[in-house]
Design a binder for this molecule. Structure first.
Ligand SMILES: [Zn+2]
Length: 428
């Protein structure tokens, strides 16, 4: 079976070039100039005026399955990923039961393979049940197929547990991805303590609840040699410390979410709880520090923290609504429209942050690169025509995002996984 993607602009080897891409069965077999390939192909895809990229990589999604399948399932979550142009994702372990033993991890790996339409890498937890101080069997969960460990959803509260977890993860060769949040510094806050929280009369949590734990962890990461990855980094202090730690040779990476890069406390009106997430939206100065971090390489990758909820979980009361918003289906078009089209970062930079960087830094050898010999995981985007983000188009069960209604460029035209079409835009 051979498929030719012709006449597109192809992102390969860090560059955008006019090229045709030939796929044989599940693999990219050749890349050549426009018109270079002649033959009787089973399938010809015309990508004239379109961008052809490696399938995007998102190391932070929540699929709620098992445990809360009313919010999302492996199937619907992965279809949402495909809609957004993602072909490899990292699924967080805040599930019920949580993948905290080799058997449970092996079961999730099998289910992800059978039920997902994209490649789903599985996180194991750091501690049993994602709470307390009892560490999981790191060597065992790695052998069972976990690609990293995380307690995402909450921070590891004590330094002693984090120190031992890092030592164990380092020994097993597993990256440790940390949700950084010191519960003793939250003070019941539902948004970032700021002028805006005072204006709205909402309880605020100081942003040091994140950055103080980053400070602790960077010291511990240096002492243990672990690959320490910070999930959804969000404060200017965290960015400054990561920048410094990298200079000191600490093996630290971090991700920023589209919402923290595009929104701030100023966007919160107190009623639309699609602006409530954890970490919460920060100040404009924090947002600017994240952008600076993208530009100078302090921020290594973009990850969505796709967190679907039911409508009932997101009532208009900011103090009661669940944290989190969906992200898979809006990430690329939002970032392209608001960061690239505005000239803040280049298209190649955005693509690097969403393909090669996350794949390489998490040792996902089959992801993130559009090159001969690699799996035919490819996304095709329309950069020239504006579309409106609509609820009706979501593949996720969750519609909880503040980006609905936005007029954007960069809609996904098609997504292929192992040479098979897993998403195709409906023609109007
Ligand atoms: Zn988190």
């Amino acid at each position: 079976m051979q498929t030719l993607i012709q006449n597109g602009t192809v992102y390969t080897n860090g560059q955008l070039i006019p090229a045709d891409v030939l796929i044989t069965d599940q693999t990219i077999s050749a890349i050549g100039a426009h018109g270079a390939f002649h033959g009787n192909y089973d399938h010809v895809i015309d990508a004239t005026n379109q961008l052809v990229t490696p399938g995007l990589v998102d190391v932070h999604v929540h699929y709620r399955d098992p445990g809360q399948t009313q919010k999302e399932t492996i199937k619907t979550g992965s279809k949402a990923a495909a809609h957004g142009g993602f072909t490899t994702v990292g699924a967080m372990p805040n599930l019920d039961p949580a993948p905290d033993t080799p058997e449970r991890v092996a079961n999730m790996v099998k289910r992800n393979q059978n039920e997902g339409v994209v490649h789903i890498e599985q996180f194991a937890t750091i501690t049993t049940g994602r709470k307390g101080d009892e560490l999981v069997d790191f060597a065992g969960v790695k052998k069972a197929g976990a690609f990293a460990v995380s307690n995402d959803g909450s921070g590891v509260q004590t330094a002693g547990t984090m120190y031992q977890a890092m030592a164990g993860a380092a020994k097993a060769g597993l990256p440790l991805a940390a949700h950084v949040e010191d519960n003793s510094l939250l003070f019941g806050g539902v948004m970032t303590e700021s002028d805006r929280s005072k204006e709205l009369g909402l309880p605020g949590a100081p942003s040091v609840s994140e950055s103080s734990q980053v400070a602790r962890d960077l010291v511990l990461a240096k002492a243990t040699g672990v690959h320490y990855h910070i999930c959804h980094v969000s404060t200017k202090e965290s960015i400054a410390m990561v920048r410094f730690a990298k200079q000191q040779g600490v093996h630290v990476t971090c991700e920023a979410s589209p919402h923290h890069l595009l929104l701030s406390v100023n966007d919160i009106n107190g009623k639309d709880t699609n602006y409530k997430m954890n970490p919460p939206l920060r100040t404009e100065a924090d947002r600017q520090a994240l952008i600076d971090g993208l530009k100078d390489g302090t921020v290594d990758m973009i990850a969505t923290d796709h967190a679907p909820h039911t409508v009932e979980d997101k009532p208009a009361d900011f103090t009661k609504a669940a944290n989190g918003i969906t992200g898979s289906e809006t990430a690329f078009c939002e970032l392209y429209t608001k960061l690239v089209k505005t000239g803040i970062i280049s298209l190649t930079k955005l693509l690097d942050l969403m393909t090669a960087k996350p794949a390489d830094l998490f040792n996902l050898h089959n992801a993130g690169h559009l090159e001969p010999g690699k799996p035919a995981d490819i996304a095709i985007f329309d950069l020239n025509n504006a579309t409106t983000i609509q609820e009706a188009d979501y593949e996720s069960k969750g519609i909880n995002t503040p980006f609905t209604g936005d007029r954007v460029f960069g809609a996904t035209v098609m997504t292929l996984v192992d040479g098979q079409v897993v998403y195709q835009r409906k023609e109007d």
